[in-house]
Design a protein around this ligand. Sequence first.
Ligand SMILES: [Cu+2]
Length: 146
Amino acid sequence: MQSRSSQTAAFLIIGAAALAAAPAFADITDDEKAAKRAKVCAQADERYAELFPGTKDDGTVIVKLYKYHFCPGDLTVKTGTTVRWVNVDKRTSHSVWLKESKINESERFFPEEQWEFSFQASGNYPYLCGPHWENEGMLGSVTVTE
Ligand SMILES: [Cu+2]
């Protein structure tokens, strides 16, 4: 039988590993972040093509959600454009929250689900994923032009 002290030691080690893992996104340089984003977003494009083959271009702009990234992270569209956020992850649910614009957070949406918003006024719309912005840095922005 394990002694109480070895159980405590094991618990502390797990705790330290969790702490070390949590803010990993903040410890890498901007160049490393950009390289990681490019890699993740290339995978997201492949996932989208697999999951939604032959999707017609109806003028809606697609943002994929994959591995704690919005792909693309920053987007510029014209007034009146609908943006569709599509979760192409395998397990993780996400949300889209245009918090600074005082627009309610979307429902959490699961792999292969989506959420849309039509931008009717020009401006800059930063947004975040409710469950992942803080620990994973899952953030994006839409710039809407006239
Ligand atoms: Cu998320």
